[in-house]
Design a protein around this ligand. Sequence first.
Ligand code: ATP
Ligand code: MG
Length: 422
Amino acid sequence: MRMSEIDKSNYSAEPLIYGRDECGKFQGLISKAALTVIEKLNKGGYNGYLVGGAVRDILLGKTPKDFDIATDARPEQVVALFKNSRMIGRRFRIVHVRLGREIIEVATFRAAHSQSSASAKTSTDGQLLRDNVYGRFEDDVWRRDFTINALYYDIRDSSVIDYVGGVRDLRSNILRLIGDPEVRYREDPVRMLRAIRFAAKLNFKITPSASIPISSLAYLLQEISPARLFDESLKLFSSGYAYDCYKGLVEHDLFRHLYSVGGELNQSDSFDNKFVLSALENTDRRIKDGKSVNPAFLIAVFLWSTMQRYYSEYQRNGLPARVALLNASDRTISAQITQLSIPKRLTLAVREIWELQSRFFKRTPKRANRLYYHPRFRAAYDFLVLRSVNEADLKVLGDWWTLYQEVDETQRKNLFGEIETH
Ligand code: ATP
Ligand code: MG
């Protein structure tokens, strides 16, 4: 399906141009590095525009996270202009320009790719492959996903160029796909995940025609490489809107295409799992408070019910607890990484969080002390406390460990005395 098949009769042939008065202040909000890149492109005789998320976020009064630039300069020409730059991507080359600590992504205008199915489009390393068809400004607009992501800012006259009604949609809090949603999802199923993420992050409503087809096309995510899916899942759950993303994913039947192991529906794939919901709320709160989050924590939460199911199965079959736990962890994780390629450092952390759970029960002074100094203690303790929202009998244990951390040495001794007398 060629993108040129998008029915553009729904759109005006001429773009809407919003001047300085209508789109507010940009200049101070664009990073110095991004400005430098655009200025240099323009001086070099090319056209460089700020595009995508940065334009969207500035128009919404938010601080952009990164700056994407679109240009009519070919990648080789961009590289020739900037000393610290290099081409990335295999079939479609994007240029990364490094200025100080920042990396600015510069993409040459291109027309839509011409492959007919999504299956052939991701390489083994998860890169989205596109045909190497450079295009004009007008072509570049139509290959983008949502109208609000297809706005171009021109620093020369401080204007926003809008071919697709993106500014109107921004003002009405609407997330609208460019073109026929079903066609666009088939072309790149990851757009379904992006729809959920942007709707959650911006608190926008997905248009019905873009929302309705998702659940029946969700299976297309199976064609996406586990590496790319993992990247997307990180963005979904570390956006600060993990709770809303999760809700959107479950509602649209997408979550199980990220986290479902052993072919069975994961028990966490529901709204009424308080454990999962509280973990998501916690994660969002931490991000809002400027604290760090380790993605391993949520992964451990998502996979917990499956791991537990295997664990009980192995124990019923007569394996000792420790071995049963190791086997259950292995089985859960090896199944999961065929779906999402979770890096080893994270799966190791997930295993540790699980493994430490049983050690919280063994409360002798020596063992408690050793556990307390385990590098994964804090995450495992948080995990234990969260579990008590579903498993009420863990509440007493969680409270004990809370106290343990708060009191001094002498009081700590009394804590053990209490266990022994009970
Ligand atoms: P953020 O960076 O805040 O996640 P963004 O909109 O900048 O949001 P990027 O992934 O950085 O998202 O992509 C930059 C731009 O490239 C998007 O705004 C969009 O125009 C285009 N784009 C990215 N991914 C796709 C896709 N899968 N299909 C079509 N266009 C895309
Ligand atoms: Mg971006």
